[in-house]
Design a protein around this ligand. Sequence first.
Ligand SMILES: *Cc1c(COP(=O)(O)O)cnc(C)c1O
Length: 440
Amino acid sequence: MSNHPIPAQPAAAGTKLSELWGILPEESSRVEGATGGELAIGGVAVSDLVERFGTPLHVMDEVGLRRQIRRFIDGLAERWPNSEVLYASKSLPAVGMYRVAQEEGLSVDVAGGGEIRLALAAGVDPKKLHFHGNAKTDAELQLALDAGVGTIIVDNDDEIDRLERLLTSPQKVLLRVIPGVEAETHASQATGGAKSKFGLPMDQAKRAIERMRAMPLIDFEGVHIHIGSQILNTAQFAQSVENISSTGTFATYDVGGGLGVKYTYGEEAPSVESYLDAVVAAAKAHLPAEAKIMIEPGRSVVARAGVTIYRVVSVKRTGEVFVAVDGGLADQMDIALTQQRYEAVLANRLDEPWTDSAQVVGRQCESGDLLVDGAPMPAPRVGDLIVMPVTGAYAYTMSNNYNGALKPAIVFARDGEARLVARRETYDDLLATHAPALGA
Ligand SMILES: *Cc1c(COP(=O)(O)O)cnc(C)c1O
């Protein structure tokens, strides 16, 4: 499935090297000749990345990322030719990422004017944009219409009123419906249950569809569902496809995203193939054979391709081994929001015995700023480089300025070359929005 380099020598006792290769980006390797064992991502040594771009740093393995995109596109097309894969861009809303999505043939799911602007700046064909959101404003809808956004996913009756007022030419529309599936995931990531704020329940959906079908400028194409994120049980996707079939017969069914990924050594996650098997088997059983099927993966496209690199700032042995790094919660919000668990490794000393169990903590003023609870590693030292695998999704997205933190840079690494796709924020960026108070 991928070409994880086999460690050059047997893993030292007490390391977790073999498990580590299963959560690092596909194009990860050991730097040749480096003593102690240094990690490279996309063929670029972690120390080189840090020297050029600083820390904290988000690094994406571009080759593995593109391969994963093709697994979704080709895998769905093989099983259901009349299909389309959308990249749920909130998982990594970087112009460089939108460009990769466009180059690989993905359509793009955007939620809000900001994501529309980022996608357009990347050169994404507006026809391939699908505009989501439960609270789109008049201004955002106008921005979307002016840009020629291909499809609008309508959430509610007020939005239908708005569109009726604003439309001056025909517009493709899907309706978000609540499929009544309580996803087995963190409550904040479940979006398809009966009490969801997203979409309309079946009975109201049917009335909204009748209304839209009577509107000359609304080109009603079908229905959309999205049951949540980090879902590891593929039967739930199948159930949601079955449930949505009762809304009616349409040209298009967008069955959403949400496939979960493996974050930690002990965890298992479904493959793209088994996810597609489950979705398409349900579609064959319950949806019209001539319908178009869309899926919208986000996390499962970008998560594993990305790592975050930190530098160790201090090591404190208080009974616990606290390894404090030069970033934290401000760039890994999922830790606080969904209690997502991660792993962390000493990327410059892979081959030494992993004798310690470290509390990898950040610099934000919260005890919840615990990046990893018990990371096995060699005795950590100030200056060591820590890599947190599986941070390609929702980390950059939710990074913020807590304690004056600066949003990290993003680098894409490929075949030994690294290119900057988003620069690190500066203190000037931080001050810029306060110009009025500064009298500037
Ligand atoms: C967030 C979201 C997705 C993507 O979810 P992932 O868990 O990242 O795959 C897809 N569709 C909609 C409407 C979303 O809100």
